[in-house]
Design a binder for this molecule. Structure first.
Ligand SMILES: *[C@@H]1O[C@H](CO)[C@@H](O)[C@H](O)[C@H]1NC(C)=O
Ligand SMILES: *[C@@H]1O[C@H](CO)[C@@H](O)[C@H](O)[C@H]1NC(C)=O
Ligand SMILES: *[C@@H]1O[C@H](CO)[C@@H](O)[C@H](O)[C@H]1NC(C)=O
Ligand SMILES: *[C@@H]1O[C@H](CO)[C@@H](O)[C@H](O)[C@H]1NC(C)=O
Ligand SMILES: *[C@@H]1O[C@H](CO)[C@@H](O)[C@H](O)[C@H]1NC(C)=O
Ligand SMILES: [Zn+2]
Length: 946
């Protein structure tokens, strides 16, 4: 089937259009004075203590008084009352909800405000994403969605120039790199380590130039970064929201309590203090906070007066000029100063707001939600791709009406800094999960329609979403079925599939090395009554790039019995690539060898828990909670020094099943064709009968000489070097030897020395660290009995209908051992590999690509943009230093890429697809002293419309 795409005229024809862009509407400043930029703003969480919809409507005000619809109503009204006033709006998830409910005359009015720069969008993504627990792919998607709405609604005047992450709890380098590539001129945030802030205040380095990639040629990933003076709150004593208690400006001299002189004096003192720790004669003050401006009159009436009375002092020789402003107006003034700025190459993790208050717990909080979010992203990418490959019939076809939009919105909301981060109330976490499930339902219809179109078969398809606990109603009860596997990657993938079955022997067409193994007791325990399969059928599937293959499976009546379990631990299991040995006395792993490179390391692995601080402590009363990790002691408790084991050896897979306690078990699994060792862990219900909160980790102790260094990825993309008890930009006084050494791991972490590199690929975002030489630990699950007083007001104590005694979570780590020089070539594909989707009852082989893309190129996005065009993102996925072969530049021929699409034209866009690449002009900034060392250019992300 060949689908013709016609490209509509995407370029401006004829004359150049000009718009009164926001920055021309900035209020004038005074070069010989201290200019104080007042930025009225509201911080509207896309779900936290209430769900996103409850926040929008102002529902459940008994939980928290907050109603975004009223904020926008009130602000627009107040902006119209005085053309000097300014407001910024950030979260498109809310603005979009509000906009759809406005009359066309109100929409006209708001357009006018935007055109005149009185209402300015900043950031502009669907939400303000979390930076520690998100994957870059989902962040780019949610930014694209919000920015697209703004462009289509407001045109160029609606394009945010500034990224604004005032609340996220630490800042990732990859986020800065993405913002730079999305065309932002600068970035502002509110939270950083308190020691880092103190030093930056002293040296006036709260405004800096962040060089956010060690692979892209500057200034491609350079981002001017400003740290706000008081988080995102107004200065003390100047909060005039209805939710605040500060004194209003009482300016009638005939009345009691006239306070103008006092207000002006206090304001000038604060402005002077602030200017002492910033570099220029411009300072910024954030006049607003969480869900403020519901009654905007209160704020604006007092701000009007503040500006009037402070500026009146200029007649008395006071050299301070106060103005209504926005982040982009402030940034423009900084840019005009033509100064040089301190350069930063690392990131802002971990974040501590006091000596014992490290925000490193949320790297792991709500591990099941984190996994669900990650797998939902794979599902969404498959849905997007099949919508393109299958054409219009995907949206309306034999299985009904399907769409990808529901899932896109659910995923966008889930990127919020209180969503996938795990720092929301339980009912809100449930709401995020419900949205994802609903999105997936809509996608399933689309996927079924698309596959029906591509294959010509309208047989029903069943989606097995619970294979992680060996549950799939179809395979468990059928004697004959077909398995269809979809590969969303642009290169062929080989993947082991394990299907729950009730028979003992099967024929699988064209599949290599199939085996039947009994379902483990741990799996029976975790699936509870949701399935009844007694065995798992294991075989290797191969799928072409961007395509599917089909395997038909039929029960063999008189086949051999399944493999039996052996109760003695084998001393070793191996395939052609790897060998792992076990200590016969303890049942624990004892070594790992790469048989191709002839490397061996000592490796023991076990499970431990940190006793969560209950807040009853000499040094600090801070307990561990949803945000904060604070172990009571630096020595974790071992769950068991030994593991009971049983093993199963079949041609397709070898397993050693380890049982540590009634609530911790693991399968050490080696598939016949795999270069990675799988550790499938199952943890929970975490016991709390002893009234102790527990933070459960697994630790790998190796013979690798790490000299305190280890490596973690940033949002699943570039890798950063970490060093225990060390920060690259300031002299750390370490006060939490464990929590202060934790970093986010989104897809992989590694330790290495000159000879060996051990890479761990995770299946979700987790926190981890390398506390001792040669060791790497990863936090898997947390169950806590106290709230950590950061607002959520609930202990992180997850249960569910299926797990009333406490949540059970299962996941996997993939381990590989390589020579450091070639490790990236081996582990990058592992980290990229998404579980292929499984669909049933189909025939044929289909690939959406004419040929596989080279290993260095990742097809990040293939998504229907509008009727006639698709959005394609190709990514060069190797850092400049990572690989001799794969770090080289690559050329891709787009003409010959797809099998079902003819490429009629290509236009290049910025990373967020809201600006043509050739129109992208960013402010340029000069770093302070010389430039950081440069690498040769590597082609970066390309954004192409066909
Ligand atoms: C900015 O400073 C550089 C030297 O650092 C100078 O060459 C340049 O002319 C200045 N630009 C402006 C607009 O003042
Ligand atoms: C599955 O197999 C078990 C054990 O052989 C048997 O008791 C059960 O009835 C089977 N269930 C189904 C639905 O086939
Ligand atoms: C944690 O959850 C369990 C099970 O629902 C409950 O019995 C216990 O009271 C909870 N503890 C706290 C501190 O919330
Ligand atoms: C199995 O995976 C689903 C996501 O598909 C997740 O929600 C669930 O928590 C997982 N089960 C366990 C026991 O981890
Ligand atoms: C922005 O929106 C306008 C109006 O819908 C559209 O014509 C233009 O192509 C969009 N720009 C980009 C870069 O998509
Ligand atoms: Zn927030």
């Amino acid at each position: 089937m060949s689908l013709q795409l016609t490209v509509v005229s995407l370029f401006l024809l004829g004359g150049v259009l000009t718009f009164p862009l926001g920055q021309e509407s900035c209020h004038p400043t005074k070069p010989d004075m201290l200019n104080v930029h007042l930025v009225p703003h509201t911080h509207d969480d896309v779900g936290w203590l209430k769900t996103v919809d409850q926040y929008f409507y102002g529902d459940r005000n008994d939980i928290q008084h907050a109603g975004v619809q009223y904020i926008l109503d009130s602000v627009v009204d107040q902006l119209l009352k005085n053309p000097d006033r300014r407001f910024i709006y950030v979260e498109t998830a809310f603005f979009y909800r509000w906009w759809r409910q406005q009359s066309s005359s109100m929409q006209q009015t708001v357009k006018q405000l935007v055109n005149e720069g009185r209402l300015e969008f900043v950031n502009g993504g669907w939400c303000m994403s979390d930076e520690a627990t998100t994957h870059y792919s989902a962040v780019i998607d949610q930014m694209t969605m919000g920015l697209r709405f703004l462009n289509e609604t407001f045109g160029p005047c609606g394009r945010p120039r500034v990224a604004w992450h005032i609340d996220p709890f630490g800042h990732a380098r990859e986020h800065a790199s993405m913002f730079a590539q999305m065309g932002y001129d600068g970035f502002f945030f509110g939270r950083l380590d308190y020691q880092d802030r103190a030093r930056r205040m002293m040296y006036r380095e709260q405004e800096l130039l962040w060089r956010a990639s060690d692979s892209l040629t500057p200034p491609m990933a350079d981002l001017f970064t400003g740290i706000l003076p008081n988080g995102y709150n107004p200065p003390e004593g100047f909060c005039w929201d209805q939710s605040c208690d500060d004194a209003p400006i009482r300016d009638d001299p005939d009345l009691e309590d006239y306070n103008v002189d006092d207000v002006v004096k206090r304001f000038l003192a604060i402005a002077e203090g602030q200017s002492a720790v910033y570099k220029t004669n411009h300072i910024i003050m954030t006049m607003g906070s969480d869900f403020q401006y519901e009654n905007a009159n209160l704020w604006y009436k007092n701000l009007d007066k503040l500006i009037h009375y402070v500026n009146a002092q200029q007649a008395n020789g006071i050299k301070v000029n106060v103005l209504y402003s926005t982040p982009s107006c402030y940034l423009q003034e900084l840019h005009r100063t033509n100064l040089t700025w301190a350069l930063k190459n690392d990131d802002f993790f971990p974040y501590a707001d006091d000596a014992h208050d490290f925000w490193t717990g949320y790297f792991t909080s709500r591990p099941a939600l984190k996994r669900y979010e990650r797998i939902s992203n794979s599902n969404l990418q498959m849905c997007n791709q099949l919508e393109v490959l299958g054409g219009p019939v995907s949206r309306r076809g034999p299985f009904g009406v399907g769409d990808s939009k529901t899932m896109k919105e659910a995923m966008a909301v889930a990127q919020h800094h209180d969503a996938v981060s795990g720092t929301e109330k339980q009912h809100v976490a449930n709401d995020y999960a419900r949205r994802l499930a609903n999105g997936w339902q809509h996608c399933q219809v689309l996927v079924s329609n698309s596959l029906a179109g591509l294959s010509g078969s309208t047989a029903e398809r069943i989606y097995c979403d619970n294979l992680n606990i060996s549950v799939c109603p179809l395979t468990e009860s059928s004697k004959k079925f077909s398995v269809n596997v979809y590969n969303p990657l642009a290169r062929p993938v080989t993947w082991p599939v394990r299907l729950p079955v009730n028979g003992t022997a099967y024929v699988v067409s064209d599949a290599n090395g199939k085996s039947v193994v009994p379902v483990s007791p741990a799996t029976r325990e975790v699936r509870r009554s949701r399935g009844f399969a007694v065995n798992e059928l294991v075989f290797q599937v191969q799928a072409p790039p961007l395509g599917y293959t089909t395997y038909s499976v039929s029960l063999l009546q008189n086949g051999p019995p399944p493999a039996s379990t052996q109760h003695h631990t084998p001393t070793a299991i191996k395939n052609k690539f790897l060998q792992v040995t076990f200590d016969p006395d303890t049942g624990l792993l004892s070594s790992l060898s790469n048989l191709e490179t002839k490397q061996t390391i000592k490796l023991t692995q076990n499970f431990y828990w940190y006793n969560a601080s209950d807040g009853n402590n000499v040094e600090s009363i801070q307990p561990s909670g949803a945000y904060i990790f604070r172990p009571n002691s630096s020595t974790p408790f071992v769950i068991s020094k030994t593991a009971k084991t049983e093993s199963i050896q079949t041609p397709a897979v070898q397993e050693v099943r380890q049982w540590f306690s009634p609530w911790v078990s693991q399968v050490v699994r080696l598939y016949a064709d795999s270069r990675a060792l799988e550790l499938e862990w199952t943890v929970g219900p975490v016991p709390i009968d002893d009234d102790l909160g527990k933070e459960v980790i697994t630790r790998l102790d190796t013979s690798i000489q790490t000299a305190q260094y280890f490596y973690t990825d940033s949002n699943g993309r570039e890798v950063l070097q970490r060093k225990t008890d060390f920060r690259p930009t300031w002299n750390l006084k370490q006060s939490e030897p464990i929590a202060g050494n934790y970093y986010p791991i989104n897809s992989r972490a590694f330790i290495k020395d000159d000879d060996d590199q051990l890479t761990v690929v995770t299946d979700r975002s987790q926190g981890g660290g390398s506390i001792n030489n040669g060791s790497l630990e990863i936090m898997l699950h947390r169950r806590l009995l106290y709230d950590d007083v950061r607002g959520v007001a609930e202990p992180l104590n997850e249960t569910s209908g299926i797990f009333p005694k406490g949540l059970v979570v299962r996941g996997r780590l993939l381990l590989s051992l390589d020579r450091p020089a070639s490790a990236a070539d081996a582990h990058r594909p592992l980290a990229q590999e998404k579980e292929p989707g499984e669909i049933f009852l189909l025939h044929a082989i289909f690939s959406g690509l004419q040929a596989a893309l080279p290993p260095a190129v990742h097809l990040l996005t293939l998504s229907q943009w509008d009727k006639d065009s698709v959005l394609l993102r190709l990514e060069h996925q190797f850092q400049s230093w990572e690989s001799k072969v794969n770090s080289q530049p690559v050329t891709v021929n787009l003409q010959k890429l797809f099998t079902t699409l003819d490429v009629l034209g290509v236009s290049e866009l910025n990373l967020s697809a809201n600006q043509w690449k050739d129109e992208m002009k960013r402010f340029s900034w000069t770093p302070e002293s010389g430039t950081a060392h440069l690498h040769l250019s590597v082609p970066s992300l390309q954004h192409i419309r066909t």
